[in-house]
Design a protein. Structure first.
Length: 54
């Protein structure tokens, strides 16, 4: 399973959680990464919306 969170458009924490040592996380306040993540998340939401409409 995956999780992703944007806070204040300045910081991102994203990662995966699961059984055992499969848990990972990335926290960043690096502007380029935050902008990239926001774009990717927006695109994913748009794709899910289009999929539901069809």
């Amino acid at each position: 399973m995956q999780i992703g969170v944007i806070s204040d458009s300045r910081y991102v924490i994203t990662g995966e959680y699961g059984e055992g040592s499969m848990n990972t996380a990335l926290y960043s306040g690096q502007k380029n990464f935050v902008e990239l993540y926001k774009t990717a998340l927006s695109n994913e939401i748009e794709l899910l919306t289009l999929k539901e409409e069809n």
